[in-house]
Design a protein around this ligand. Structure first.
Ligand SMILES: [Zn+2]
Length: 269
């Protein structure tokens, strides 16, 4: 048995017995780890809030032989997710956690994916009282919608599955026109010739493709450009269909996230 220290993001937490919890962590050093935190939900737990959902923490993991859950021995809080006045940011945080849980496997370290996820979680967390106005405006539903899409594209980039946004996914011809065919299973944009006979092809606006191009940048930076006047409702529908096709199911939190972003869609009509 060996104990390892890791930086971690809490993706899932469910009760185990009276006061313990089974926690799923995405760690920077060791990839996804599922383990038992004994007494985590006691009122005065030694873990405090470090193993709460969406917390970023330093954790000491005791790896056990296969068939046994790993044990979390110690955890120190680095960043606590603060739920603000906008439901959309909280929904987005949980959506990103579920997405990361769905696209990762145990013990496969992907530090860039970890950095991308923790960067998004920090931005979605409400600012502390006294923080500047610009940080507060980051909580607006349109910022949240754009940040989620930026993060999703970053996840696809890390998995080597970023859809083709500039050229036809099949023949590499540049994409152009007011409406562009987008193959959910074919890897992105398709020219009129290559789209023939393909399944799961949707027609998307040039504005949507252009916004996706802008959002598919600067994955390694905390500062990125949110495109102005992006058709966020259309983009949300594209990303939901893309991940549903990739995973074979819809993420449980996707409906809630869409609901929290609905006022935004109506405003854009
Ligand atoms: Zn083509």
């Amino acid at each position: 048995m060996s104990a390892e220290k890791a930086q971690a993001l809490v993706l899932r937490a469910r009760p185990f017995g009276e006061t313990s919890a089974i926690i799923t962590l995405l760690t920077r050093e060791g990839g996804k780890v599922r383990g038992l935190a004994k007494g985590a939900w006691r009122p005065k737990s030694k873990f405090d809030a470090a193993l709460d959902l969406l917390s970023i923490c330093q954790v000491l993991v005791l790896h056990r032989q296969s068939g046994n859950l790993d044990l979390f021995i110690e955890a120190f809080l680095e960043h606590r997710f603060r739920v603000g006045p906008h439901e959309a940011s909280f929904a987005a945080g949980l959506y990103i956690a579920e997405l990361l849980d769905s696209v990762t496997v145990d013990a496969d370290p992907q530090p860039q994916l970890f950095d991308l996820a923790t960067q998004a979680i920090r931005l979605l967390s409400a600012p502390r009282p006294g923080q500047s106005h610009s940080q507060r405006s980051m909580q607006s539903p349109s910022f949240v919608a754009a940040l989620v899409i930026h993060t999703e594209l970053g996840v696809l980039h890390q998995l080597g599955q970023l859809p083709s946004l500039h050229h036809c996914a099949e023949c590499q011809k540049p994409l152009h026109g007011r409406r562009i065919s987008f193959g959910m299973l074919a890897g992105g944009g398709l020219c009129s010739h290559c789209r023939r006979g393909k399944r799961s092809v949707v027609s998307v606006s040039d504005k949507a493709i252009d916004s996706l191009r802008q959002l598919a940048k600067s994955f390694d930076k905390s500062v990125w450009e949110s495109p102005s006047k992006a058709p966020l409702g259309e983009l949300r529908a594209i990303m939901n269909t893309l991940f549903a096709n990739m995973l074979g199911y819809r993420l449980k939190t996707s409906h809630w996230l869409a609901t929290t972003l609905t006022p935004l869609r109506e405003k854009q009509r």
